[in-house]
Design a binder for this molecule. Sequence first.
Ligand code: SF4
Length: 446
Amino acid sequence: MDAVASCVKPVHRHRIWNYLIHHMDTQKNEDTTDKSWHEVLPYDSWSVPRAARDAIAEKFVHFTTKVVERQDSARGDTTKLLIQLQDGHLIETVIMQHHHYRTVCLSSQIGCKMGCKFCATGTMGIIGNLTAGEILEQVVHANAISKIRNIVFMGMGEPMNNMDALCTSLDFLVDTRLFSLSPRHITVSTVGVVKNMRRLTDEYPTVNLALSLHAPNQEVRLKIVPSASAHKYEDLMLELAHRIAAWTANDKGYKLGPAQFGEAENSASDRSSNKLTRNFKKHVNGAGVMIEYILIKDINVLPEHAHELGKVLSSRREEVLLNLIPYNPTDIAEDFEPPTQESIDEFVRILISDQYRIHTRVRHEKGQDIDGACGQLVVQTNKKNSKAKSVDIEDTVKGGKKSNRRTELGGTSSVAKGQKYSFLSIHGVVTVASIGMFAVSAIRGA
Ligand code: SF4
């Protein structure tokens, strides 16, 4: 990317990024990849010298991804975007409407190697990492539909298995010259990649962490989260303690509460947990971590599980918010059953009792009528494509067999020779034919 760096000064890069982020209507111009720079950005709005403009026009496309399908829930509170990458792979991005703001749920990988047994994405295995540009372009697509205030990395993939791209994306998202989002409005979810939980804490202490715990102990966790064999329960708890200490040290009076992570629903257990969460908001100054816990019948929702979880979390009750998510069956993931309402109510009652007083909330997934579970739309679409062509899923992508462009390991990713970079993802490689504007993001802090 030296060639770009030498002819496009940071100030001009930022000007163009800014234009792409705030003025491009990717919904209207669906195929912006095929438009010329001059068509999309009139010269007057660039204020960029001719040499830099020509270099960019020669080497970059605006975006490398495009929205190929949009689904809106009947209630109008959820929109799911099916986004196609330039090599044909599909990912999902979900926009959720809360009272006064919108949250976008971003994907960080194509598929996922963690293989959680209740998750549609987990059934895909890992195809590869997204570049930072591909992550950021999801925000641009979402912004074109509705102004986004909150970001959650809870879509396809384990963000902490794509750590460098995640960090670059965070840099862009909080940069006041670019997306200008508050780190308090960004949440990174992990199923527990211990080493990178530490890195996130150390490098981004004010970005929120959501730990997908899903069990009160290692034994139960292993039944539904296979990656737990590599990331032990006790190590997660140590990391949790480290995170909370860092949060408390960095806290400036910020309070964690429902507005941070979206509204809750209205069942009896929801109402009681809402009340507790409001109290939590009132009393807690040093906030910490959201714990995600999917409730699956006969697996992890028995009263003894609630007691055990209560014991695990009670010493951290001032710093954690427990999010209970009743499992919703899909035709993709393993044959689990949703919990009964009685078992949910009992689970909540135990946790919020005076014995444990855990700040607990029941969260129902939005947009169930639009293939709401993570990865469900992509898996269904891949299946349909596969049937239509009578070929393997991997053959349905434009490039043919499983893409060789993706680097799964090492936390970095790049595109293969002959593919394009968007300007949002300049990644230090200019051996490709052309690249897109967000590709420049690997020059961190540029
Ligand atoms: S729940 Fe998250 S970490 Fe687990 S398989 Fe699904 S995408 Fe991966």
